[in-house]
Design a binder for this molecule. Structure first.
Ligand SMILES: [Zn+2]
Length: 213
């Protein structure tokens, strides 16, 4: 069994989406008699590799703890759009081209690899590749269990089309943002991507891995 870690490292240099609070980790010395190292962590709910729950973008919708864990574990397609030059977004047409020879079954999960993974995640770039609104509608119609992308947001920076969030989250399809797919080839894998067990919250960091049996 091979395990590929597709989550971003979390430390004081981890970039966050503009407007989110910075990730801050420091040594907390409250109990030196009990522990040699004890850290304090301050972070936003959308830090690093993380899950967006429906409540993030749809008023009154499910919080993260109400999403079944079965959404986050199971068969998964990685679709590679990273070689497609000139595209600012993943479009419905690009998805249809990729999926026409793949038998996507109800209950699968889709991860989108773009040029974002090739550029890396050491800093935040405004011009990241995102998911187009029509493409989000299309993925929502496929009854997938989860959609992931290698950007800190699935929608365009400052964009007014909110469907990349709402079309998926309104159907209770959680979104994984902040994946690093640089070392992953297109294909089918087993995904494990479990968010931390915060309750009544809009999202939380997750450790995401792909498993090759
Ligand atoms: Zn998010």
């Amino acid at each position: 069994m091979k395990i590929i870690d597709i989550s971003l490292p979390l430390n004081n240099s981890t970039p966050v989406y503009p407007g989110n609070i910075p990730l801050s980790i420091s040594i907390h010395h409250a109990m030196p008699e009990y522990a040699t190292q004890l850290s304090s962590i301050t972070l936003g709910s959308h830090t690093g590799t993380h899950i967006d729950a429906p409540a993030h973008a749809v008023a009154g919708a499910l919080t993260l703890d109400k999403i079944p864990l079965s959404n986050f574990i199971g068969p998964c397609w990685v679709l590679d759009f990273s070689k497609e030059d000139g595209n600012k977004s993943v479009t419905k047409e690009m998805l249809e081209n990729k999926l026409k020879d793949k038998n996507i079954e109800k209950g699968e999960r889709i991860l989108l690899k773009t040029k974002n993974s090739l550029r890396g995640f050491k800093e935040f770039y405004d011009d990241y590749v995102y998911l187009d609104g029509d493409a989000a509608d299309y993925l929502g119609s496929l009854s997938v269990l989860l959609v992931g992308i290698d950007a800190l947001s699935i929608k365009a920076r400052g964009g007014s089309d909110h469907r990349p969030h709402t079309s998926l989250l309104a159907k209770n399809i959680p979104i994984v943002e902040g994946l690093d797919l640089v070392s992953v080839k297109e294909g089918k894998y087993e995904l494990v991507c479990l968010p931390l067990n915060f309750t009544d919250i809009d999202g939380a960091p997750a450790r995401a891995v792909l498993i090759i049996p």
